[in-house]
Design a protein around this ligand. Structure first.
Ligand code: FBP
Length: 267
């Protein structure tokens, strides 16, 4: 099977190690606000940038203001090129905050763009992502989309069919990778990884899980379902020992660690 000359299968290579990947996400300061997610340690972007390199992450996702001031070049960069605050209510929409050209000038190897699938405003985000994807590819950058089903039309954003729809939307819209929520089990998440086709699937983390094993078993389930990896934030940098959590994640993602065997860091 051949692909068109327009498809460059290796744009995600900077973020892969043996075909797998762990990306650290830190755009929550804009998406949720500092008081929702941060404490005195992780409110400092330098703390997170340090975790990314010392924790062996294969990428870090930042908004442009944080990237401009704190990115140290040690880990491949994804610049989020849209964003919104948690203050606006109603049908969600997230618009462009940074050009592809500017992301490239910051050292990005990929741009990230959130689409609220099912929102009354999805058409605007589809169109904007379409332009960004084409420009990113022209400039040799990967286009990664966070596809989050949301709005009045969505009853359950982690239902099997809804998550598979998110994965498929990413493929149809030309994303190199899709960051999607976990469905809760390997079998149902497998449908999403199938739906994504050649678009690589990354599991999104969500709020910090009650126990380390609870989170690690989600990661195990996603990898077993065919995901390329994870793109997570709070479960790492809200952890009392982020580097120990990073080490456990590496073992699950790259070394096939079964979660029952995972040593537990104190949390
Ligand atoms: P987490 O692992 O902390 O959930 O981060 C993943 C992420 O996609 C962030 O990149 C983004 O800021 C946030 O989740 C969006 O969260 P929400 O689902 O509340 O919009």
């Amino acid at each position: 099977m051949t692909s068109s000359k327009r498809f460059t299968p290796n744009l995600m290579d900077p973020f892969l190690r043996n075909g797998k990947s762990m990306i650290l996400a830190y755009d929550q300061g804009l998406e949720h606000g500092p008081s929702a997610d941060f404490d005195n340690r992780n409110i400092d972007p330098a703390f997170i940038v340090d975790i990314a390199s010392r924790g062996g992450f294969n990428g870090i996702a930042l908004q442009k203001g944080v990237a401009e001031r704190y990115y140290d070049g040690k880990v491949p960069l994804i610049v989020k090129v849209n964003g919104k605050s948690a203050l606006v209510k109603g049908e969600p929409i997230s618009k462009q905050t940074c050009s592809v050209e500017y992301a490239l000038s910051l050292g990005a190897k990929a741009v990230g763009y959130t689409i609220y699938l099912g929102s009354a405003h999805e058409a605007e985000m589809f169109a904007e992502f379409g332009r960004i994807q084409e420009e990113a590819h022209e400039r040799g950058l990967a286009a990664i989309t966070w596809v989050y089903p949301r709005g009045g039309a969505i009853a359950n954003d982690t239902a099997k069919d809804v998550v598979a729809y998110a994965a498929r939307a990413a493929l149809e819209l030309g994303a190199d990778a899709a960051k999607i929520k976990y469905t809760g089990d390997t079998q149902s998440f497998s449908w999403a990884t199938k739906a994504a086709g050649k678009t690589k699937v990354f599991m999104s983390g969500g709020p910090k899980a009650a126990t380390d094993d609870a989170f690690l078993s989600q990661v195990r389930g996603a990898i077993d379902a065919g995901a390329t990896g994870i793109a997570v934030g709070r479960n790492v940098w809200q952890h009392s020992e982020p580097l120990k959590m990073a080490d456990l994640l590496k073992q699950v993602v790259f070394e096939n660690l079964q979660v029952a065997a995972a040593p537990k860091p104190s949390s």
